[in-house]
Design a protein around this ligand. Structure first.
Ligand SMILES: [Zn+2]
Ligand SMILES: [Zn+2]
Length: 291
């Protein structure tokens, strides 16, 4: 057991050095024109802010997923600017946190929101937010439901660790969410490919699935925790989702795939197929209007 832990430690040490070298020598920081979000026609839409962060505007309600507007995740520096500025966000009616890893539950970002903002989080992780003064923290177990301004939100499974300091612990949970308003949106958070997608697909008619495609290399380790672009296409099919918006790529380089590699691989996979019409690859700050 100790040998396994030591080898994981050594491998992560090597990866960290590689990543730091990459960050400072190869990767440049790309600025983008962060826009102020507007929903003039009150359209149901998703703005991809970057990484796991998306602003879902539905039924005149703003739901923000895994807010991360920070420049750093421990030693990983942001490579591409967030697509929206935290100070120009509209009033957020609820924040959905998929799990407690630092790239998804960013304390600095959370501190920018009013303490009464409803925050949904996986069972066992709520104290992280209560300790910071949040008063409406809704801890959910798998298949638990809650309502935000008439929108039903159900916690659904994810194949990932929800623990703040572990990549492999089974508890606290990691969640994905099904959000049912005028449309049904699925937010996967972080997850490996699993049969749960079929289970979720059997219960809900998903219009658009926000599926992670990045931080997937090396496969021997990441496969159980993160989907590859190919896995995300399989997940979309298992879910029976009509459309897909890929997330978890392009803002932080946290694994051995390069910054835009997930996007490029996904583009190649769909280029000559009907999936091209159904997979909407958004740059940070871009909006997709739900059909
Ligand atoms: Zn994670
Ligand atoms: Zn992540």
């Amino acid at each position: 057991m100790e040998t396994i832990q030591l080898s994981i430690f050594v491998i992560f040490g090597i990866m960290t050095i590689l990543l730091l070298v990459n960050l400072y020598i190869i990767s440049g920081y790309s600025k983008i024109n962060s826009a102020v979000p507007s929903f003039e026609n009150n359209e149901n839409s998703v703005i991809f802010v970057g990484h796991g962060t998306a602003l879902i505007h539905m039924n005149n309600t703003n739901i923000l997923t895994d807010p991360n507007f920070d420049d750093w995740i421990i030693m990983f520096h942001r490579i591409r600017e967030a697509g929206l500025k935290i100070e120009t966000l509209p009033k957020i009616d609820a924040v959905l946190i998929s799990h407690a890893h630092r790239d998804h539950l960013d304390k600095w970002s959370m501190e920018q929101f009013p303490k009464g903002t409803p925050v949904l989080i996986s069972k066992g992780n709520g104290d992280i937010l209560r300790d910071r003064g949040f008063t409406d923290v809704r801890e959910l177990d798998i298949w638990n439901e809650t309502t935000i301004k008439g929108i039903k939100i159900t916690a659904t499974p994810a194949k990932h660790s929800g623990a703040r300091n572990s990549a492999t612990a089974d508890y606290p949970l990691a969640l994905s969410y099904v959000i049912e308003g005028n449309r049904t949106v699925y937010f996967a958070g972080d997850t490996g490919l699993s049969n749960s997608f079929e289970e979720i697909g059997n219960k809900y008619k998903i219009d658009v699935a926000l599926l992670p495609i990045g931080a997937y290399k090396p496969r021997w380790f990441m496969k159980s925790h993160h989907m590859s672009p190919e896995d995300a296409l399989d997940a979309m099919e298992m879910l029976g989702a009509k459309e897909m918006v890929p997330i978890h790529w392009g803002s932080f380089r946290m694994a051995l795939d390069s910054t835009d590699e997930p996007k490029e691989v996904l583009l190649k996979l769909i280029e000559n197929s009907s999936m091209k019409e159904k997979v909407h690859i958004l740059e940070n700050g871009e909006k997709y209007i739900l059909k």
